[in-house]
Structures are given as structure tokens and as C-alpha cells.
Design a binder for this molecule. Structure first.
Ligand SMILES: Cc1cc2nc3c(=O)[nH]c(=O)nc-3n(C[C@H](O)[C@H](O)[C@H](O)COP(=O)(O)O)c2cc1C
Length: 301
């Protein structure tokens, strides 16, 4: 039986994002590189990918849900890891830890999903701190600056793993399911160091149980790419972006049936039903802030 990741063990979660996404995937047809009109501010039609690297990148798409119960070949996993660590990183310090998880139940407990393998990418300075301590130095990466740098390094490594996997015919799901529910479970389940180690993103790798019917679209011009200086959108341009998201052939929306749910525009669903759910600042600090403070990454004065 398939379960929503948000109801997985260790996750006290209520939404059914995966079913949303599965419905959306079923609703459309396969979209290859679109050459249709792209709205106000449209630039030239996208070029066809002309080499294997670009073809791999343009074939990327998320598997929203679980993967087949099939392990990754060990050689492929090693290739993915070796590619992942080739990503650029500030000061070449590799301020991350990649935890390889092969146990499917553990994957589920960590992020709500399971696949052939899970890589948990953590911002982590403990290795560097140990090197410092071994030579008698004290190194305390205790500012938000170090956290941001480590998060960038970690994310670049994760995305590089995604591309490497795809080049080997292995699909992926990047998920922040690790940030849902009681996040302390990650420290407990994986014995993460209490300080200067923070789970940033989980990458589930594997072979899909079913092929997604569509490839999601992306904005690639107005409002996203700014030439020379920042361009503030005019009301007409903003209205055009709303139209672009409403245009189902563009596959920009997270779900496809927002109109069937009674919303006039996709963004009506997005702002009322989706982002409004849990992003409102409340009287209590978020668990993320509490754990970042505990991790020593926030300057506490
Ligand atoms: C930080 C982050 C968290 C995500 N979390 C989830 C998730 O929990 N569940 C899921 O199905 N997809 C998740 N995704 C995948 C996005 O939904 C997906 O990338 C997006 O809808 C675009 O689809 P595509 O990757 O197929 O082009 C996540 C992606 C990112 C970058």
C-alpha cells in the first residue's frame, strides 16, 4: 500500500502532496522542449540540447513518490558520489557530510520516501573542526555566514549527484521531507553531531515504479532572468505571469486540477491552499530556528 510521505513513521504530517503531484502528472502528456509562445518578454525559443550533458540536464524530472524496491549497483553509487563531491565549494572546504542510507525503512523514517538509496546531504563542519583540534586550533564556525556557505556547498553537491545519477539512468527525488515532523529524529536515527551539522536536503535515488506523464515546465525569462540590472515587473507583466501559470500546456503549476478545485487562477490555489498552510510566522519560534540555534550556526548575542 502506498502511503503519503507526510504520514510516514516519525513524521507527523497532514498533507497529501504526493497525491496532488501524481494527479498532476497523470493529467498531462509528455512535454519535450516547448517552442510555443512564452508570453510577454519572451525571448528566443529554447535551443535543443546539443550535447550529452545538456540532454541529461533537460531530461531531469522528479519522481514524486516511492521508487521500486531495487538497489543501485554499487559501482553506480560510487560514481554518483565521486561526481557529487566535484561540485564547487567555498575555500574547497567541503563543509558537508553525505550520509548513504540503504535501508528502505530508514529512508522512510528519515524523509517519508524510499528508493534504491538515499543520500542525506548535511551542512557539516565537524570533520574540519576535528582537523583543527588535532593540530591544536580552535575552530568554531558559529555564524550564519558559515551556515549559508555550507548550505550552498551542500546543495551544489546534491544537485551534481542528481545530474550524475540521471546520466547513468537513475532517477531522483530531492526532498525536504527531512524538515517535516520532529526533526530531532534525524539526529537520533543517524547519530548526527549535535553541533555544526545540519540536514539540508535528502536525495532519494532509484528506479520509478511508474513513469511520470509530464515533465514540469520552467520560467526561463521575464522575472527569472534579469539582464544588466534587476527588472521590477509591471502590472501587465505580472498579469502575464499569472496567465502563464494558468496555461496548462506550460506545466508550470505544481498541480493540474486547481481549476477543478474551484480556483480561478493557479496562483489562487497556490497562495490560498498551498503556501498559506504552514509558512505564517507564529508566536513560537520554528523548530528549524530552534535547531539551528542548537547547532551553533546562529549568532546568539
Ligand atoms: C528543496 C526541495 C524540496 C522538495 N521536496 C519535495 C517533496 O517533499 N516531495 C516531492 O514530491 N517533491 C519534492 N521536490 C521536488 C519538486 O516538487 C520538483 O523539483 C518540482 O515540482 C519541479 O519538478 P521537476 O523536478 O520534475 O522538474 C522538492 C524539490 C526541492 C528542490
Amino acid at each position: 500500500m502506498k502511503r503519503s510521505p507526510r504520514n510516514a513513521p516519525g513524521l507527523n504530517l497532514d498533507s497529501s502532496r504526493r497525491s496532488f503531484l501524481q494527479k498532476s502528472a497523470l493529467a498531462g502528456g509528455l512535454l519535450l522542449l516547448s517552442t510555443r509562445s512564452r508570453g510577454v518578454g519572451a525571448e528566443s525559443a529554447p535551443a535543443e540540447p546539443t550535447n550529452d550533458t545538456l540532454k541529461t540536464i533537460h531530461r531531469l524530472r522528479t519522481i514524486h513518490g516511492n521508487f521500486r524496491d531495487q538497489s543501485l549497483p554499487e559501482a553506480a553509487l560510487q560514481t554518483i558520489l565521486q561526481a557529487s563531491v566535484r561540485a564547487a565549494c567555498a575555500s574547497n572546504n567541503q563543509s558537508y557530510a553525505i550520509i548513504v542510507v540503504k535501508d528502505r525503512q530508514m529512508m522512510k523514517n528519515l524523509c517519508g520516501y524510499q528508493g534504491g538509496c538515499l543520500l542525506l546531504f548535511c551542512a557539516d563542519y565537524n570533520r574540519i573542526k576535528a582537523s583543527a583540534a588535532a593540530l591544536g586550533y580552535t575552530y568554531e564556525p558559529g555564524t550564519i555566514v558559515e551556515f549559508v556557505n555550507a548550505t550552498i556547498n551542500t546543495t551544489l553537491a546534491a544537485q551534481t549527484a542528481v545530474i550524475a545519477a540521471k546520466s547513468l539512468g537513475i532517477d531522483s527525488l530531492l526532498t525536504n521531507g527531512v524538515h517535516r515532523g520532529d526533526m530531532d529524529r534525524l539526529w537520533k536515527l543517524l547519530e548526527l553531531p549535535p553541533t555544526h551539522c545540519f540536514p539540508v536536503i535528502a536525495l532519494v535515488l532509484g528506479y520509478p515504479t511508474e513513469e511520470p506523464a509530464i515533465r514540469k515546465g520552467r520560467l526561463d525569462g521575464l522575472g527569472v532572468v534579469h539582464h544588466g540590472k534587476y527588472h521590477r515587473l509591471t502590472p501587465e507583466e505580472t498579469a502575464d505571469l499569472t496567465r502563464q501559470y494558468d496555461d496548462k500546456s506550460r506545466h508550470l503549476a505544481l498541480i493540474e486540477d486547481w481549476d477543478a478545485q474551484g480556483y480561478k487562477h493557479y496562483f489562487d490555489w497556490y497562495f490560498k491552499a498551498w503556501v498559506g498552510r504552514n509558512n505564517q510566522p507564529g508566536p513560537e519560534e520554528t523548530q528549524m530556528l530552534r535547531l539551528l540555534k542548537r547547532s551553533g550556526f546562529i549568532e546568539l548575542k
